[in-house]
Ligand binder design. Sequence first.
Ligand code: SAH
Length: 199
Amino acid sequence: TFRDQERQLKQRLKQSLEGGPRVIIDLDFEKYMTENDIRHLVKQLGFSYAANKQVERPVHMMLTSFKDGVAALANKMISGLDNWYITRTEKRYDELFPSPEDKARLVYLTADAEQELDELDENRVYIIGGIVDHNRHKGLCERLAQASGIATARLPISRHVQLSSREVLTVNHVFQILVEYYARRDWASALDFVMPKRK
Ligand code: SAH
């Protein structure tokens, strides 16, 4: 029944908070965005959470630097946000993972990384830059991660799908690719499922 399905869904999402790979959306980019950009970002957070609900084994979704204007707009635009099964904190991701051992687990995802992501490792913590910038700030996340001494990696897109345009994706697409990869353990299949279809 619908009730049972709801119960199972909640159970799965609760479990994701205890195990499963952690995927942070780093919301520390308010100063780079217009109010309209932030609106788009908040919608993308909604799509990301929805994607995580679709799979048998959800990832542990975390929102860091959830504060100020971004938090205010998110709370206004998303009515059920308080009830989401996620970790949400005002802290920056590096305050959440302060020790050198923790820092070594962090992987900042960015299209500008040298290294290609090949696995989702449950012991690592993956970070997506929570920014909508229409390519105004090229290489920003790569630079910030490098300055903080954090490893970076890009999705293995070119190897698996032929993209007509650039490979900088939206927050929700990147989040959903990770979610689907974790469910399928197959990049080609996950990318194909998520990527907007080319004509
Ligand atoms: N100018 C921004 C682009 C933001 S796109 C930047 O400096 O990255 C939103 C986020 O999606 C990025 O911060 C990154 O975490 C992720 N992302 C987008 N395309 C990606 C790719 N091809 N591989 C890995 N991460 C990607």
